[in-house]
Ligand binder design. Structure first.
Ligand SMILES: [Cu+2]
Length: 245
C-alpha cells in the first residue's frame, strides 16, 4: 500500500489493515481447527467406524451467531471510516472543480473576484493538479460526457465522476510531494490516457501557481466544463451549460 498523503487516507489504510488482520486471525483459527480435527479424529484401523454425531446445537448456534457479529463489526468500522472520508461539514479552504472529459481532465481553481483559472489536459498532454498542504481541499467532480472516475492512489481514494450528478470529496494532505492520478472507470477508447499529476505544495507555491495559470489563460467567470475543445466539439456542454453546436 502507498504511504497515505492525506488524513483521510490514513483512516482508509487502517480500515484496510484492520480488516486483513481480523480476517487472518479468523482464518488461522479455522485452519487450525480443521487440521487439528482431521488429525485427532483420523481413522486408526480399516474397520473402524467413527462415532455418528448428528448435530450439536450449541456449536451450531455459535457458528451462526459469531459470523453475524463479525460482519456487524466490519460493517460498523466501514461506516465510520466512510463518514469520516465523506465528511463535508463546514467550509473547505479550497474548492477545485475537477472535470473529466474524453480524454483528459480540467482543473478549475477559484481565483480573484469570483473568477476561475484552469488547466486543461488533452489525450496528448498530461495536466497537473496542485493543492496546498495542511489545508482542506474539496474536489467538485463534473463530467462533460460519460462516467469517469477521479482517483489518486497516494490518497487511497477515488470517486465516480457522473454527468449531471454533483459528487465531491475532501482531502487534507499532510505532506508535500508528487503523486499520480488516473481515471478508474473504463470510459472509452483513450481511457488509459486519462492520467494526471498531483503536486502537494506549500501555500506560497500554490498562490504562485494560480498566478501562472492566470497569465497563461485569461481567468473565466464560470469553471470550464469540458476542456479546451468544448466549443467546437459536438454534444459537449459549454461552461454556461448549453450544448455547443
Ligand atoms: Cu475516463
Amino acid at each position: 500500500m502507498p504511504d497515505p498523503a492525506t488524513e483521510q487516507g490514513e483512516s482508509i489504510l487502517s480500515l484496510w489493515q484492520g480488516a486483513w488482520i481480523a480476517a487472518l486471525i479468523t482464518g488461522g483459527v479455522v485452519w487450525g481447527l480443521i487440521f487439528y480435527s482431521s488429525w485427532r479424529f483420523r481413522r486408526r484401523s480399516d474397520d473402524e467406524v467413527p462415532i455418528q454425531t448428528r448435530y450439536n446445537l450449541p456449536l451450531e448456534i455459535f457458528y451462526t451467531i459469531f459470523p453475524v457479529i463479525m460482519v456487524i463489526v466490519f460493517f460498523a468500522h466501514t461506516v465510520d471510516v466512510q463518514n469520516e472520508v465523506l465528511d463535508d461539514k463546514g467550509e473547505p479552504d479550497n474548492e477545485i472543480v475537477v472535470v473529466g472529459q474524453q480524454w483528459s481532465w480540467t482543473f478549475n481553481y477559484p481565483y480573484d473576484n469570483d473568477t476561475y483559472v484552469y488547466e486543461s489536459g488533452t489525450a496528448n498532454y498530461i495536466p497537473t493538479l496542485k493543492i496546498p498542504v495542511d489545508e482542506v481541499t474539496e474536489f467538485d467532480l463534473e463530467s462533460a460526457d460519460v462516467i469517469h472516475d477521479f482517483g489518486v492512489p497516494g490518497f487511497l481514494m477515488k470517486m465516480d465522476v457522473i454527468p449531471g450528478q454533483e459528487n465531491s470529496f475532501r482531502v487534507k494532505p499532510t505532506t508535500t510531494g508528487h503523486y499520480k492520478g488516473k481515471c478508474y472507470e473504463l470510459c472509452g477508447v483513450s481511457h488509459s490516457r486519462m492520467l494526471f499529476n498531483v503536486e502537494i505544495v506549500s501555500r506560497d507555491e500554490y498562490d504562485a501557481y494560480l498566478d501562472d495559470l492566470a497569465e497563461a489563460n485569461e481567468p473565466v467567470d464560470e469553471p470550464l466544463i469540458g476542456g479546451e475543445f468544448v466549443r467546437d466539439q459536438a454534444g459537449l456542454k459549454s461552461e454556461k451549460g448549453e450544448g455547443s453546436e
